[in-house]
Ligand binder design. Structure first.
Ligand code: ADP
Length: 499
């Protein structure tokens, strides 16, 4: 099969489109950042129409850059920021309000009100730690707080979707309302064992079943683009949440294979094959991406809410750097952090702590602390948080990890990845192509339409970019770890003393 596979990568901070060829090479790329709204402390919103318009714009731009038309595109694969919740009018396609972003904490108190029995039921059915992070309480909030929406929903006029379902609806000209297993498994309404929307959970969150999309495997034809959108009927042959797509893009196809993504947040996933393993250490059990006809696969996941976004914060709010890449130069200039630790709990803490009320904390500041130290501490905080998750995963898996594959925007930072290798005392491999999220969506779509023959053909494309070998002394590592634990203790103490 000729042509390209188009990956639409709708991330938290930007919309991207990449055209890949058979070798998994990036032939064209277009990207647009879009607006982040912070209407109240701890609240995060996006404009769903801007998500669509930016995604559409980069799709046409990527095609225009290498002068291809719809007939040159064998299939589209979608990957998206997960959990982010959009409700729209089924007929007009107009969102009923802003998209509530995964990071948003507005429903934290709602989750607190769940009884221990309800929390246990959620864990068992969904594999998730009950939290405001997931879609369920966000949907309920919209139904309860946006005027008239519950009534319209009861009359079948409203669709709910995560960003994948929203984009598919728009791409198909409003014809299709569908999602995939990986996205559904992040709503906290989907039973990952029976692979069905769960009536008991829908009742618990007062959500009418009519608003839900149909669920199917990640690699399957979801529909075709409306001719008026990209100039032809292109099969939309895959959709997968960003982290599951990255796991696929890193070719972690078998049990025990692990990747860590440093994007807006940090996400460590381990493929656990056909077994849904329950974590004893605050990790989530989630569905991994597979194509139609394959047995379902599960993954263990550690989610860290703030990773690369602390660098964005240094750039946009603190105005300490002009570009994200500059953070590496500053970190290299500072020999250490001068004893400073930053815990970037801007929207609470995820795995393994799960504290929605923790907030960003800086400790250890002395008169000698310079901007360089502060920036270095910010980068180190990304690696510390991943280290906590890696330790939790090793405990759950019962075996030490034997290395780590990394990707995501912030993995281009050599200081960060080397520091990560030092902290965990293991080799860290960064592939040549760190756009593994988009690549994973492309692979799923390409396998579905026969652009690639099988997983072996896909695996042959994985190429090492750089390997980072640890050389930190054990004593120094232990000292750093102790400091980090004390800092986390402070961030959580701040939350615990809030009354
Ligand atoms: P997402 O898909 O979640 O939008 P990306 O994988 O595109 O995220 O990564 C973007 C994030 O990576 C941003 O938060 C940005 O601050 C961070 N980032 C990008 N380049 C660097 C860099 N060189 N050093 C540190 N952080 C970086």
């Amino acid at each position: 099969m000729d042509g390209y596979i188009m990956a639409l990568d709708q991330g938290t901070t930007s919309s991207r489109c990449i055209l890949f060829d058979h070798s998994g090479r990036i032939c064209s790329l277009a990207q647009q950042e879009f607006t982040q709204y912070f209407p109240k402390p701890g609240w995060v919103e996006h404009n769903a129409l801007e998500i669509w318009s930016s995604q559409y714009a980069v799709a046409t731009e990527a095609m225009a850059r290498i002068a291809v038309t719809a007939k040159d595109i064998a299939a589209i694969g979608i990957t998206n920021q997960r959990e982010t919740t959009i409700l729209w009018d089924r007929r007009t396609g107009m969102p009923v309000c802003s998209a509530i972003v995964w990071q948003c904490r507005r429903t934290a108190e709602r989750i607190d009100r769940l009884t221990p029995e309800e929390k246990e039921m959620i864990r068992e059915k969904t594999g998730l730690v009950p939290d405001a992070y997931f879609s369920a309480s966000k949907i309920e909030w919209i139904l309860d707080n946006v005027k008239g929406v519950r009534e319209r929903a009861l009359q079948g006029e409203i669709c709910f979707g995560n960003v994948d379902a929203w984009l598919i609806y728009k791409l198909t000209g409003g014809q299709t309302h569908v999602t995939d297993y990986t996205n559904a498994s992040r709503t906290m309404l989907f039973n990952i064992h029976t692979k069905q929307w769960d009536e008991e959970l829908l009742k618990l969150f007062h959500i009418p079943a009519d608003i839900l999309p149909k669920v199917q495997p990640s690699g399957k034809i979801f529909g075709y683009t409306d001719e008026s959108v990209l100039g032809g009927r292109i099969p939309i042959a895959a959709a997968a949440g960003d982290q599951q797509a990255a796991l696929f893009g890193q070719c972690c196809f078998g049990p025990g294979e692990v990747k860590n993504t440093y994007g807006t947040g940090g996400f460590l996933l381990m493929n656990t094959g056909t077994r849904a393993i329950t974590s004893a250490h605050g990790l989530l059990t989630t569905m991994a991406a597979v194509c139609e006809g394959e047995p379902v696969q599960y993954a263990l996941e550690g989610s860290v809410f703030v990773a690369g976004s602390i660098i964005q914060w240094l750039r946009d709010e603190m105005r300490m750097i002009k570009t994200a890449a500059q953070s590496e130069e500053y970190a290299d200039e500072a020999f250490d952090t001068a004893g400073v630790y930053i815990v970037p709990a801007f929207t609470g803490m995820g795995a393994p702590y799960w504290n929605p009320y923790a907030r960003g904390t800086v400790v250890g500041i002395t008169r000698g602390c310079k901007k360089e130290h502060f920036i270095r501490a910010a980068l180190e905080s990304i690696a510390f948080q991943s280290m906590d998750v890696i330790h939790a995963m090793e405990e759950d898996a019962g075996v030490p990890l034997n290395g780590l594959k990394v990707d995501g925007g912030a993995s281009s930072n050599n200081f960060l990845v080397k520091f990560q290798a030092d902290l965990i005392g293991k080799e860290v491999s960064r592939p040549k192509c760190i756009e593994t999220t988009a690549l994973g969506a492309a692979y799923l779509a390409g396998l579905t339409v026969g652009y690639w023959k099988d997983r072996d053909e896909v695996r042959a494309n994985w190429q090492l970019g750089r390997k980072f070998v640890p050389d930190m002394q054990e004593e120094e590592r232990a000292e750093l770890l102790r400091g980090w634990k004390r800092a986390v203790h402070c961030a959580i103490g701040w939350a615990d003393d809030r009354e």
